[in-house]
Structures are given as C-alpha cells and as structure tokens.
Design a protein around this ligand. Sequence first.
Ligand code: SF4
Ligand code: FES
Length: 246
Amino acid sequence: MVRANRKAKGVTRRKPGRKGVAPPGKGAGSRAGDTISLKIDGRKRKAKPGQTVLEVAREHGIEIPTLCYHEALTPLGSCRLCVVEVSQGGRTRTMASCVTPAAEGMVVKTNTEKIRAIRKMLMMLLLARCPDVGVIREKARDLGVKKVAFPRQKEDCYLCGMCVRACEEIVGIGAIGFVNRGHESEIAPPFGVESDLCIGCGTCTTICPAGKFDLDKVFARRGMHKMEEREGVGRCGVCETYYARK
Ligand code: SF4
Ligand code: FES
C-alpha cells in the first residue's frame, strides 16, 4: 500500500459537514467564481473551484471505489483505489481522484482496462494484508478479486489514516499518527511512546472503517495512557467508564 506523505496540492481542507465546499479560487487553474469544465468518461461536466475529480464524478453518479476517503476529512490519497486516468496538457497519467483537483480542460477516464487492472492489483495487496477485515473483503468482492497472489498477513488495519485525520482535524488533538515505514507502518502515538494528549473521546474508533480500532487498543496496543491513571478524569456512575472531564 502506498502512503502519501503530503497533503494534496490544491485540495483544501473542508469543515466537517460541508460537503464539497472549498474556499473559492483554490481550484487548479481557476479564479474565484469560475466554473471549471472537464470531461469525465466522455461527457462534459462542470466543477466548482476546489472540487476534486472524485467529488465531481460522484456528484454525477459516477462510481469510483474508495477506501481512505471520508467527506469530513482532508483527503490523504493512501489507498490509491480511486485511481483514474487523467489527460491534461498532452500527458496522460494515472492519478488518485480523491487528491486530484478538477481543472479546466481535463479529460478523465474512470473505468478503463488499465484502471481496472490497477485497482485489482491494489485490492489483492490489501486483501493479503487484511484478509479478515469486512470492508476489504467486500470491496475485493465488488472488484472481482477472489484470489490473492501474495503471502497473507493478519493485519486488522489497512492504514487508511482516517483515525489519524479525525483526531487531528475533528477533535483537534493529534494524539496518533503514522509511525515506521513500509511493512512496519502502523498507527501509534508519536515516537511510539504513551501519549498524554489522548482524551479518550473514541472518535478514532468510531470512524475506523475496518471496525477493528476499539478503545482497548487505543489504551493498550496504541500505547495511550489509561484514563484512570490520569489527573482530571471522571468516572461514569452508571457504567463506571472513565472519561475526561474537560
Ligand atoms: S486503525 Fe482503522 S481508521 Fe486507523 S488507519 Fe487503521 S483502518 Fe484506518
Ligand atoms: S480513496 Fe484512497 S487514495 Fe483516494
């Protein structure tokens, strides 16, 4: 799995709940108030400045598979499943549509033979990594991937980064992040040491599409300080769960 280390150029961070809204004038090759014209799968489409190719495609009912995209979060481009063919300025490239801003004159193909082959290969890698994760199995089935030509692992996290982005962008904490590289990559507190930043809100567990990121892991495997070991925490009188008071 490829992990993007930088935020998408020209793709602006949106406030949760404001789908497809980005400050005007930030789209590639556009001015405030402009409408962008592009072609997707042979048909002319209009886009608002700041919209990504994925957003425009979805707005017009064109299905592009995704595994790391969430409309409330800044796109990361980590799973690459949303790859499409983009022709612009005489060049054709395969690009992740969730991090590619729509641009004037762009020609996009979302479902070519090449694109289907790339998605299948990516899906095989993801299925080999997380053979027991429901969302991965489901997506693999949708894309016609039945066999995996790679050694199977038993990971429960496919590194979509939604938990990391939610903690930073929605909660405003940034208690967890990507650590290590390649096969060693995982989600953990910075430097792999216990984090005092975590407030135990559980947003990471709620947003995790793999459904495997539970609070026990936040406190144990992810190395967070246990709530009961911190100052200023309270305890629910009914379920006896610890929580942060402020
Ligand atoms: S723990 Fe869940 S949300 Fe976080 S990166 Fe892994 S799969 Fe994504
Ligand atoms: S949805 Fe994962 S890279 Fe675009």
